[in-house]
Design a protein around this ligand. Structure first.
Ligand code: CTP
Length: 395
């Protein structure tokens, strides 16, 4: 939670530009709930860019401003952020597109927001510091433990709010207010979430996966047919049990997210990282490896089969596969993957091997010998290296 001193400083600094300044949205909600959140979201009624630039200069930070959305971020030297936005209205030309924004008063800025519990502002300007703006009875909904939208088109304009409603309701143990729930389900029934870009949907799914109650949230997105609508997809029979198994055995958000990607019809159009894409492919193609894995015993063969599989994929498979397969994967992760040779390229050079692809062949053979306990000491390994190099030089 932002400290009072920082807020006073920000309010005073905005005052220099004759603009009122506010802490807005989530951080205000969290203060009222007595919860701490990491965000410092500041809104000013004018000159957001100038205010942001000056804050950055004063705290020796960096400032990036997006003129199209009138939002900016100051990154402090310790990597924390202060978001500085211009209070604004938003208009949506079509459902699920990004809005056009125009500067507006704080009151109008609060009207455009997602839920009453987020349509809150705390003034931080000198003279009015601590004055709460709550025109949509957000405090009352916090007390009643309700997530409620502000206008009937909210989930049509911006279907990402459906993910958000589920996330906030489950995070805080709130209910989604009845009319809000009806409108949310209508938006899903009309297919509005399918109009979102994959990028926006995946952004929401990443947020969900980083929440402590991620499993309940994902289950709710499936129960409400939200994921199905976004991706034109039907969960496989094992999907929910896979999700439950993984969430109960691992607290790593990235594993749940990769598992989700491996089940969803993710294509090349989707903005996923190279490493996520490789893990997804490895999980999808695991059946060929599985069939061989249950037949092999030799550690070096296990190593060769599993070494190309990315670590997140292996962690997921170790939690979801049958006990037989999982124990082999665990053996690889906990023991085999950390085995190394003591001989290095430098020794091979000293032994007279000319640098080239043969280095990899020799080093691999040394590693396999180590894994299979055919060599047990550095001396034995060096002897084997000598023999291998001798043979290679004859070839
Ligand atoms: N907001 C909105 N509609 C959205 C996204 C955001 O109205 N689709 C508004 C809400 O008022 C929200 C604020 O912008 O409080 C900031 O967004 P974000 O940082 O995503 O929300 P937080 O409420 O701070 O959520 P969290 O606690 O997860 O950080």
């Amino acid at each position: 939670m932002p400290g009072q001193e920082l807020l006073c400083f920000l309010g005073r600094l905005a005052g220099k530009y004759r603009t009122r300044a506010f802490l807005v949205g989530g951080p205000v909600r969290d203060i009222l709930l007595g919860r701490s959140g990491p965000d410092t979201d500041i809104a000013v009624e004018s000159d957001a860019q100038k205010v942001g630039r000056e804050i950055a200069a004063r705290v020796h930070g960096r400032f990036v401003f997006h003129s199209r959305f009138l939002t900016g971020t100051v990154t402090l030297p310790d990597s924390t952020h202060i978001d500085i936005t211009q209070t604004r209205t938003e208009t949506y030309s079509r459902p699920a597109t990004l809005p056009r924004v125009k500067p507006a008063s704080i009151e109008n800025d609060l009207i455009r927001r997602d839920f009453t519990i987020n349509a809150l502002a705390l003034e931080i300007s000198p003279g009015n510091f601590g004055n709460l703006l709550d025109p949509h009875s957000g405090q009352q909904d916090l007390a009643r433990r309700l997530v409620r939208i502000l206008h009937p088109n909210s989930f049509i304009d911006d279907p990402t709010r459906i993910f958000r409603a589920i996330r906030f309701a489950i995070r805080f143990g709130f209910e989604i207010e009845l009319e809000t729930l009806r409108l949310m389900r209508n938006s899903i029934k009309q297919g509005c979430p399918a109009l979102l870009t994959p990028e926006r949907v995946l952004y929401e799914l990443r947020l969900i996966c980083s929440e402590p109650l991620r499993l309940q949230m994902l289950e709710a997105t499936v129960k409400e047919k939200l994921l199905q609508t976004c991706f034109g997809w039907q969960p496989s029979r094992d999907f929910l049990s896979g999700l439950q198994g993984l969430a109960s055995k691992s607290t790593r958000p990235d594993l749940l997210y990769v598992f989700l990607l491996s089940e969803l019809p993710v294509t090349d159009r989707f903005p996923v990282t190279k490493s996520e894409r490789e893990s997804v492919q490895a999980i999808r193609n695991f059946s060929a490896i599985r069939a061989r894995l249950i037949r092999v015993k030799r550690p070096s063969t296990i190593y060769r089969l599993l070494h190309p599989v990315p670590e997140p994929a292996l962690r997921i498979l170790a939690l979801l596969e049958s006990r037989e397969v999982a124990s082999v994967i665990t053996l690889y992760l906990e023991q085999l993957s950390s085995v190394t040779t003591t001989v290095t390229g430098r020794e091979l050079r000293k032994l007279g091997l000319v640098p080239g692809p043969k280095y990899r062949t020799v080093l691999n053979r040394l590693l396999y010998a180590r894994l299979d306990c055919r060599v047990k000491s550095s001396e034995q390994e060096l002897d084997l290296a000598r023999n291998l190099v001798r043979k290679m030089r004859k070839q």
